[in-house]
Design a protein around this ligand. Sequence first.
Ligand SMILES: Nc1ncnc2c1ncn2[C@@H]1O[C@H](COP(=O)(O)OP(=O)(O)O)[C@@H](O)[C@H]1O
Ligand SMILES: O=P(O)(O)OC[C@H]1O[C@](O)(COP(=O)(O)O)[C@@H](O)[C@@H]1O
Ligand SMILES: [Mg+2]
Length: 347
Amino acid sequence: MEEQKKCAVKRIGVLTSGGDAPGMNAAVRAVVRTALYMGIEVVGIRRGWHGLINGDMYRMTAVDVSHIINEGGTMLYTARSDEFRTKDGRKKAYDNCKLFGLDGIVAIGGDGTFAGALALSTEYPISVVGIPGTIDNDIGCSHYSIGYDTAANTAVEAIDKIRDTMQSHERCSVIEVMGHRAGNLALYVGIATGATAVLIPEEPWDFEEDVAEKIRNARLAGRTHFMVIVAEGAKRKADGTLDNEVVGNGTAGHQVADLIRAELGLDPRVTVLGHIQRGGSPTARDRVTATRMGYVAVKALAEGKTNRVVVRYFGEIKDVDMVEALKQENRLDEEEKQVLRAMTFSF
Ligand SMILES: Nc1ncnc2c1ncn2[C@@H]1O[C@H](COP(=O)(O)OP(=O)(O)O)[C@@H](O)[C@H]1O
Ligand SMILES: O=P(O)(O)OC[C@H]1O[C@](O)(COP(=O)(O)O)[C@@H](O)[C@@H]1O
Ligand SMILES: [Mg+2]
């Protein structure tokens, strides 16, 4: 078979890095199975770049990846490595690439993971391919990143439950979803749950315009429960300037709730969905996307390519240049923004 022809690439490594995302396991599985299918050996690198620096690696077989397509998290563990940001750290990592005989690495993670891969391949002769895996869906070069669909569905399921009790008690609810720098998840989940208002990091919010007015109008239209979705990195606009104070660890939602209490006299309940959004069995969409991306990543390495990122471009899964890919900033879906504006407008 054409794809199984002998190629110069004999052994590749695979790692997961940055925040974990449901579907990472499916991607690891696809990398391993595709490589073995093509006659390439696979080395699993534990704990992302940290594991490459420390030689925390082992040869993987098809058995290692059986029964993981349905599992959340990552069987390879994940980590954030400050040492890899240094030249010394990357030198140690490359020494291990040589020791373990790696011709290439598939790095599954976010933009930081890709920046690390590019730094390594720029300094040393090692091929790298990235696969987008983050629940934030904030990889500018790709229309989709693994884990987003599962995280969104987890959030929607939880928010629907919160709505039941809010509706019964005629209460206001503030729900904080993940996204320290990206509002993609909040926007999407806001549309799916019929939120009263949605606050995102990209657009600093004004209490009167973005929250109070929407709740007030909803009340005037007869509604007695309100659902405000806040991305964890959403910041308040202060006197026309930005409030630069970093809002994280659950404080964004509480900040909004405090204002609702003080200004509107309601008694809001805050729910921080937190890491629950990162866990759970991946949806069919995440499993299939991860599998297709893993396949394309190994194929790219087998064809002798380097510095590539596997992306979803509309319906297509393909590999693109990593340098160009990293230049592309995350964008929010303009149409989703317009739709949300229409849906949260009160008549
Ligand atoms: N500019 C960089 N140079 C080298 N390594 C980097 C760089 N940026 C990120 N990394 C490595 O990638 C890891 C994951 O990046 P991070 O931004 O935390 O997550 P994500 O990949 O999900 O965006 C970091 O802990 C670091 O080891
Ligand atoms: O795992 P931690 O350190 O709690 O990180 C939380 C952050 O990780 C994410 O889930 C994913 O972010 P990254 O892609 O940058 O890793 C964010 O939504 C969230 O703000
Ligand atoms: Mg990131």
